[in-house]
Design a protein around this ligand. Structure first.
Ligand SMILES: Cc1cn([C@H]2C[C@H](O)[C@@H](COP(=O)(O)OP(=O)(O)O[C@H]3O[C@H](C)C(=O)[C@H](O)[C@H]3O)O2)c(=O)[nH]c1=O
Length: 190
């Protein structure tokens, strides 16, 4: 397993080692100890999620507020997505900055999305199956969002905006400047 830094120190790209042979392949997808050593904090994932989407579906930008904030370990089981992670921790040196990385079933790369970050993705392949671990249960009342095309965040989704498929909820998410973000005291995973 290879851990690759991104432009935001707390957001890690995780690349599993693939053992291919004439039968196919084997890889360790998640190894608690390896990730914890790289992150410097404990992980305690308690729920696995899976979503299947068609081309052009954009889900996000979503997060849950403390005490239901979630660390996520996200990956693509089938297809390809552009995955976006935004630092929404007030006072962070990378506050308002984002990482945008293609995850697909070929590179098998995963992204570690810490608490204090908004997350979303757009599907680039005909269909995509997206799977992720979270370390806090879904808590609807704590769910928050930011509009995907916020001018301040200036995310290039690399997809024609008129062809995006977005849920009604996600078309009315607040602007970054109006969203409930993470206060300084919530800057966990420093
Ligand atoms: C997230 C979640 C949702 N649900 C229910 C609530 C709705 O009835 C239905 C679809 O939920 P939603 O439209 O919020 O699903 P996504 O748009 O894929 O949401 C996810 O999108 C972005 C990419 C994320 O990073 C979040 O993990 C998550 O918010 O599943 C549950 O029952 N449990 C859950 O953990």
């Amino acid at each position: 397993m290879k851990l690759i830094k991104t432009d935001i120190p707390q957001v890690l790209l995780v690349e599993p080692t693939v053992f291919a042979d004439e039968r196919g392949y084997f890889c360790e997808i998640y190894k608690k100890e390896t990730l914890e050593n790289a992150l410097g904090y404990q992980l305690a994932f308690i729920q696995d999620n899976e979503a299947k989407s068609t081309k052009g579906v954009l889900r996000g930008l979503h997060y849950q507020l403390p005490p239901f904030a979630q660390t996520k370990l996200v990956r693509v089981i089938q297809g390809s997505v552009l995955d976006v992670v935004v630092d929404i921790r007030k006072g962070s040196p990378t506050f308002g900055k984002h990482v945008a990385i293609e995850l697909n079933d070929k590179n098998k790369q995963q992204l570690l999305v810490p608490k204090g970050f908004a997350h979303g993705y757009v599907v680039l392949s005909d269909t995509a199956i997206f799977s992720y671990k979270v370390d806090n249960y879904y808590h609807k009342q704590s769910e928050r969002g930011i509009i995907f095309n916020d001018p301040q965040l200036n995310i290039d989704w690399n997809y024609p905006i008129d062809k995006l498929i977005i849920s009604e909820k996600d078309t009315i998410q607040p602007a970054f400047a109006k969203a409930d973000l993470f206060e300084k005291e919530h800057n966990i995973n420093e």
